[in-house]
Design a protein. Structure first.
Length: 341
């Protein structure tokens, strides 16, 4: 096991040098609605590129170039390589930094949320980017351990927040006990304390309750979390139990958290199936917070609540009605990159 006790797992809102995305194409599950999701990506990349450089992986660079205007392309770098899908949060590198801020890239195994879909190409994207010097930093091979970026949250101070449902899934690291998984993560990510959230889910979620759909660590000992006020909603009991457990949590120094709720979006359906829409799936960088919205009255409440926590950052809503059709949202398709070498 790799011991990274001389490194630190930084919080998402710290220094960000670029944001990684994987562009949708006809070889992905987006084929049936490719025009619609491409429009969403154009808006998303355009928004992010105003604040951070953007790295895009795609099998054919022309697919991207024909859609993005010149002023956006000036802050975009494209790398051609095979891809299965677009969920960069879960196959992208998890980055640690040393005392000087220099990055180490941890490449974990991505098996498409417990062998649900094909992931042979996406599982190689991080190592492919490193091989062509598209990413700077010391590379660490952790491909013997399944871990997705959307399944973990850190405060940058040695705390990790995750869900039992996801990390203890038998189709991920089923040969390991909870204690063994905790030991591995503490050594690999230099974590002092792990908070295991045992409650909460979203209907239609393929990830087995990724933490980034439910509750997010934020500055000043804050947790932004999804709250359901409708006792008739199927999520009410589980999300209420989640809220109660969050109230019991404490950080590495024993301090309790300030809890900031965001509403559960009104139900969105496709072919009779409820989709896992959530405002918790936002992306935050050192300069801005990008918030998924769904064309509902609740959008404004979520924007107000999230922006109240990130007062020093620009607040940028992005329509994610297209992304939710494939059971993900804004945070799921992005991964912040630390590239300082």
């Amino acid at each position: 096991m790799t011991n990274n006790y001389n490194l630190r797992f930084p919080a998402e809102w710290e220094k960000c040098d670029a944001v990684l995305l994987s562009w949708p194409h006809a070889g992905t599950d987006w084929e049936y609605m490719l025009d619609r999701v491409t429009g969403c990506y154009i808006k998303l990349v355009s928004a992010i590129s105003e604040f951070s450089p953007v790295i895009i992986v795609v099998p054919d660079a022309e697919i991207v170039k024909k859609h993005l205007p010149t002023e956006v392309m000036n802050n975009v770098t494209i790398f051609q390589m095979p891809t299965n899908d677009t969920w960069a949060r879960d196959f992208g590198p998890i980055t640690l930094v040393d005392s000087k801020g220099l990055p180490t890239l941890l490449d974990f195994k991505f098996n498409a949320w417990g062998l649900k879909f094909a992931a042979d190409k996406d599982n190689l994207i991080t190592s492919n980017l490193v091989a062509i010097n598209a990413l700077n930093g010391n590379y660490q091979n952790h491909l013997g351990f399944v871990l997705e970026g959307g399944s973990i949250e850190t405060d940058g101070k040695g705390l990790l927040l995750t869900t039992s449902e996801c990390l203890l899934s038998k189709n991920r690291n089923g040969d390991k006990s909870k204690a063994e998984i905790e030991e591995y993560l503490k050594a690999a990510l230099n974590i002092k304390k792990i908070l295991w959230l045992d409650h909460g889910y979203l209907a239609g979620d393929d990830t087995d309750s990724h933490i980034d759909t439910l509750a997010r660590l934020a500055p000043d000992n804050t947790i932004i979390y999804v709250k359901c006020d409708d006792a008739k909603d199927e999520h009410y009991a589980a999300l209420s139990a989640m809220e109660s457990q969050l109230r019991e949590f404490s950080d590495t120094d024993g301090n309790s958290f300030s809890l900031v709720p965001v509403p559960l979006p009104d139900p969105i359906y496709e072919d009779g199936e409820r989709l896992p829409a959530t405002y918790a799936n936002y992306l935050v960088t050192d300069k801005a917070v990008f918030i998924p919205v769904y064309g509902q009255e609740k959008d404004s409440i979520a924007i107000e609540q999230i922006s109240s926590v990130f007062k020093d950052k620009a607040c940028v809503p992005v329509d994610c009605n297209a992304l939710i059709r494939q059971h993900g949202s804004l945070h799921c398709v992005t991964m912040q990159i630390i590239n300082r070498l």
